[in-house]
Design a protein around this ligand. Sequence first.
Ligand SMILES: C[S@@+](CC[C@H](N)C(=O)[O-])C[C@H]1O[C@@H](n2cnc3c(N)ncnc32)[C@H](O)[C@@H]1O
Length: 289
Amino acid sequence: MPALQTDILHGDCLEILKEFPDEHFDLVFTSPPYADRRKNTYGGTKPEHYVEWFLPRAAEFQRVLKKTGSFVLNIKEKAEDGERHTFVIELIIALRKQGWLWTEEYIWHKRNCHPGKWPNRFRDAWERCLHFTRERHFKMNQEAVMVPMGDWKEKRLKTLGKNDTVRFQSQVGSGFGKNIANWKDREMAFPSNVLHLATECGNKSHSAAFPKALPEWFIKLFTDPGDWVLDPFVGSGTTCVAAQELGRNSVGIDIKHDFSELAETEVESASLAMFDKATKQNGYSKKNK
Ligand SMILES: C[S@@+](CC[C@H](N)C(=O)[O-])C[C@H]1O[C@@H](n2cnc3c(N)ncnc32)[C@H](O)[C@@H]1O
């Protein structure tokens, strides 16, 4: 099997990606700088200009993504002056016009978000993971993210009603009926589109790092070992570390030198840890032969 490649590049992803061939990547997974009027960290594009800033970059993501690939965008609009901004909704519409299919919206439920009080809303406990594809048929390894039946098996599936034991055609006429009884004796089920993950991440040196479990889940779902993953706004390198640990090649890009250096350090220490683990396992199995 060829050696894994993890490349961290420094610069604006719009420029750097021009050096890549068409249809090179299997997954683009990223959390871009969020629109913010006040903040000036990493450029902080204003919400009113976010779509025009994002679109040329999204066109490059589309060009370098394979037709069977996926683009997952982790993003969340802030509330300002008492209401939510609509720039994410505008972005979804603009991306569809650019030719993307808005295939799904996953929700990252932040299990341990900070408490707080606001006069007209409650605390933010979720972020969007918008899933776009180039085609209706794309790579999706649903079995790779199956979850134990757990509670369903113990509670809901023990008391099945009449409606549950016959197959119901989907009310929207999609042809996919449900037959809950089919799942009765199974140990594993497909997950929902809500991911319950803690916000913690090992990396405290980047203010906006997401937990490694987030890219891990999507990498398992939308790629195979040996495939190529791109994070064009890589920050501290979380996506590339996850890709490397899962045996996928990856490219991460960041416009800030401090962050691209940080990402390189993170990738290197993760690769050393993997090497260490493999050596120990190897030594252990040789000793036990
Ligand atoms: C939300 S952070 C990503 C954090 C990352 N997911 C992690 O786990 O560390 C967004 C990153 O995009 C970078 N960035 C902003 N504009 C960029 C651009 N045009 N090209 C490449 N990177 C950019 C910022 O420097 C920042 O590190």
